[in-house]
Write a protein that binds this ligand. Structure first.
Ligand code: ADP
Ligand code: MG
Length: 200
């Protein structure tokens, strides 16, 4: 299941994510997310058997919001909750449904954080990922092709944050000194979308 795999990846990379955040933030991103995803995984066994995936995501998002410190907790939690709401009661997830869920997640993140692409945030990974997902879907791609395209676009988007100057979040306090480092949230978003592609 995707949430467990995402939690494993975040835990495995927590030190690297925290090191990225130490360069342009306060050095807690990896461990914030590790705690949040651990809370999401811990919430899973409490859920009723056979709950539709959308409802599971809403519950996971709620757990992340309640247990994750920093700016990223509410952002990731909102992303999961919005994605879950978009999936609704569907028992099976198809490529179009997951695309709509990812689009809803991006919208939720942007409503809450007000970041646009180029601000050096996780939107620089999630935005291109959603766009790549949708264009792959339009070209006839299946769930595997769409999620892989999203993960690849996220990775490219995260790499492209390196030369940017941060305009949102804690890294923006550094001004020009934020240039030359990858945004930690864009990097964690990449991990999570890679976990999604692998889980599919
Ligand atoms: P904090 O900055 O509070 O310590 P984290 O270190 O957990 O929180 O998360 C930092 C990440 O959150 C950044 O790398 C960035 O990707 C993301 N972020 C911060 N502010 C915003 C925002 N307004 N919109 C989108 N993402 C943001
Ligand atoms: Mg931080």
């Amino acid at each position: 299941m995707w949430i467990r795999l995402a939690a494993e990846r975040v835990t495995a990379e927590a030190d690297r994510l925290t090191a990225l955040d130490a360069a342009i933030g306060d050095g807690d991103h990896g461990h914030n997310l590790e705690r949040g995803f651990a809370a999401a995984v811990a919430a899973l066994p409490e859920l009723p058997e056979g709950m539709p995936p959308g409802k599971v995501l809403v519950a996971a998002g709620r757990a992340i919001i309640s247990k994750t410190g920093g700016a990223s907790g509410p952002l990731y939690g909102t992303a999961l909750r919005r994605a879950g709401k978009a999936l609704g009661e569907a028992g099976e997830i198809d490529a179009a449904g997951l695309g709509a869920a990812l689009r809803a997640a991006l919208e939720g993140v942007q409503e809450l954080g007000k970041a646009v692409e180029g601000d050096k945030t996780l939107v620089d990974a999630l935005g291109p990922a959603v766009a790549a997902y949708e264009s792959t879907l339009t070209a006839g791609g299946d769930l595997a092709a769409c999620t892989r395209a999203a993960a690849d676009a996220a990775r490219e988007g995260a790499e492209a944050t390196i030369p940017l100057q941060a305009r949102k979040g804690r890294a923006s306090y550094l001004g020009e000194r934020s240039v030359g480092h990858m945004d930690p949230g864009a990097s964690s978003t990449t991990l999570i979308l890679e976990a999604l592609a692998d889980a599919v």
